[in-house]
Design a protein around this ligand. Structure first.
Ligand SMILES: NC(=O)c1ccc[n+]([C@@H]2O[C@H](COP(=O)([O-])OP(=O)(O)OC[C@H]3O[C@@H](n4cnc5c(N)ncnc54)[C@H](OP(=O)(O)O)[C@@H]3O)[C@@H](O)[C@H]2O)c1
Length: 213
């Protein structure tokens, strides 16, 4: 049993991770500003201001999952929150997993992240850049002893397309995965499965990886 705190545990990704982790017997705490309308039975829900509570949340956890979204007050500020999370986790010897965007992936090994190519639609460009900078920070500026992973979903992932639990997913390092027809999807449940699999059996320590069905 692992003590898992999910920052943003009431959001689309966070609640799927909470549901999956509780179902596997883990101790799950969600942190967000507001209480959930439909709590996952067996999860604990905390609310408040993240700046006040981050250190305590890290102290109380084996693993902290960042499932916050770069929107609203966190659109530009999320990089700072995750930087502080990294610093605290390194100091306290805790593992972190950051949920990022598809745009942090690459078209081929060594290619630029999509977020930096100028091809991201303008309405998503800032959020894509923020989440790409978060993984840049982890790869280039984090404490060498920090145990982190950063996971990106397929392009078609999102609350608008929850999909079905297929019970399978593929990974290809930090390179995006496509079907022959050019589509790239992962259901909410399968993405959560990949995250909890990585928590239970670390195989991407200090790595960025993408998952797709
Ligand atoms: N195709 C893609 O690339 C794709 C699609 C979707 C998501 N994503 C990525 O997945 C990650 C999670 O996104 P999501 O769509 O699952 O998120 P979401 O549904 O928007 O949920 C965000 C969560 O963060 C909480 N939150 C927001 N501001 C907060 C604050 N200041 N302090 C504490 N909690 C706060 C929210 O609850 P409160 O509002 O109550 O605080 C909620 O629990 C992001 O990195 C996003 O980029 C990628």
């Amino acid at each position: 049993m692992t003590s898992i705190t999910i920052l943003g545990g009431t959001g689309y990704t966070g609640r799927n991770v909470a549901r999956e982790a509780v179902s596997r017997g883990h101790e799950v705490t969600s942190f967000s500003r507001h209480a959930p309308e439909a709590p996952v039975e067996g999860a604990r829900y905390l609310t408040g201001a993240i700046s006040d509570q981050l250190a305590g949340l890290v102290d109380a956890s084996d693993v902290v999952i960042g499932a916050l979204a770069p929107a609203g007050e966190l659109e530009a500020g999320l990089r700072g929150v995750y930087s502080e999370l990294s610093r605290l986790a390194a100091t306290k010897g805790k593992r972190i997993g950051i949920v990022g965007g598809y745009s942090a992936l690459r078209s081929a090994p060594g290619a630029e992240r999509f977020a930096y190519t100028g091809d991201v639609p303008p309405q998503f460009a800032l959020a894509a850049r923020v989440m790409a900078e978060v993984v840049d920070d982890l790869e280039n500026n984090s404490e060498p002893g920090l145990d982190w992973f950063y996971i990106s979903p397929a392009a078609g992932y999102g609350s608008y397309a929850p999909g079905e639990k297929l019970g399978r997913y593929r990974t290809n390092g930090n390179v995006a995965i496509y079907e022959a027809d050019g589509s790239s999807t992962i259901s909410g449940a399968d993405f959560a499965t990949a995250i909890v699999d990585e928590i239970e059996t670390p195989s991407h320590s200090r790595q960025h990886f993408g998952v797709a069905n």
